[in-house]
Design a protein around this ligand. Structure first.
Ligand code: SAM
Length: 282
């Protein structure tokens, strides 16, 4: 793995586990580093296995394609997430109609597919502008471990929340804070631990802290780690661009050591090397 040069120690470094809710770490490795049955909620919005890039503004799209879209393996992630969830905990997993058959076929104990929530957006997104209908909804698989107790209002399984406006958008697949907050509040209590191992712009962090939960976010992309830290008030916006890239963490801020050897992470070495190489800016 390429490690970035160590720059001036006075410069802010991202992914410092002593000072941040946000770490730069591969999702499965991060989950495996955590104590089993320690998290009440996992919000996960992984790559769908397609190179997402909106056609809407071809040539003018300000957002880069989502990192590592081709390499993510959902099976290893589901096992790791099932281990880290508490009894009575929930994994909310964003998916789409064309990805759902594969992902749902891989759900195994201790996880159970309890429901599928439809996120109905206020308008439809781009895609195949000439040959297809516009996508207006996303799916949220609700995977529980053990006996789940819903908190608060009994919402239906169709959730209406506007998309993040183009003007406010920091990430091409950014999720609205209010949507995530509903999931967290319906499934956890004050002080519970919420994880988001594919944090992107950090919406889960904003939502979790707003409702008094502990939170740990991870992402392989250093730009996303910086963006999340800025959104959580851990880094000043003007320092974001000047930051130097930290190596992948070997220590988790909450639970200690992360297995240092990629071979222990259980991913195919080529996939792992590819993912790490990409995110290290090769
Ligand atoms: C769909 S986006 C998440 C967007 C996020 N929900 C938001 O509201 O901004 C997926 C994120 O996962 C990250 N990612 C891709 N593969 C990863 C992996 N194997 N481990 C950790 N993060 C990964 C990408 O860098 C990207 O930021």
């Amino acid at each position: 793995m390429k490690q970035p040069d160590t720059a001036d120690p006075a410069e802010p470094v991202i992914g410092n586990p002593d000072t941040s809710h946000v770490v730069r770490q591969e999702a499965v490795a991060l989950l495996r580093s955590l104590e089993p049955t320690s998290a009440q909620v996992i919000i996960a919005d992984p790559p769908y296995g397609i190179a997402y890039h909106s056609n809407h503004r071809v040539g003018k799209n300000p957002h880069a394609p989502v990192t590592n879209d081709w390499n993510f393996k959902i099976g290893a992630f589901l096992i790791a997430a099932g281990n880290v969830l508490k009894e009575g905990g929930v994994l909310y997993l964003f998916t789409r109609w064309d990805v759902y058959p594969l992902w749902s076929s891989l759900v195994a104990p201790p996880l159970t597919l309890k429901n599928v929530i439809v996120w109905n957006k206020d308008n439809h997104s781009a895609g195949d502008l000439r040959g297809d209908f516009g996508n207006k909804y996303e799916m949220l698989m609700m995977l529980t471990r053990g006996k789940f107790r819903r908190r608060g209002h009994r919402w239906s399984n169709v959730w209406e929340f506007p998309r993040v406006s183009a003007a406010a958008m920091l990430h091409p697949t950014q999720k609205p804070v209010a949507l995530i907050q509903r999931a967290i509040e319906a499934s956890s209590d004050l002080g519970d631990l919420v994880l988001d191992p594919f944090c992107g712009s950090g919406s889960t962090g904003v939502a979790a802290l707003a409702c008094g939960r502990r939170v740990l976010l991870g992402d392989v992309d250093p730009a996303m780690v910086r963006m999340s830290r800025v959104r959580l008030g851990e880094m000043e916006p003007e320092k974001e661009k000047a930051s130097v890239e930290a190596p992948f963490v070997t220590e988790c801020p909450i639970f200690g050591a992360v297995p240092p050897s990629p071979s222990l992470w259980g991913l195919h070495p080529e996939d792992l090397a590819h993912a790490l190489g990409e995110s290290a800016g090769k």
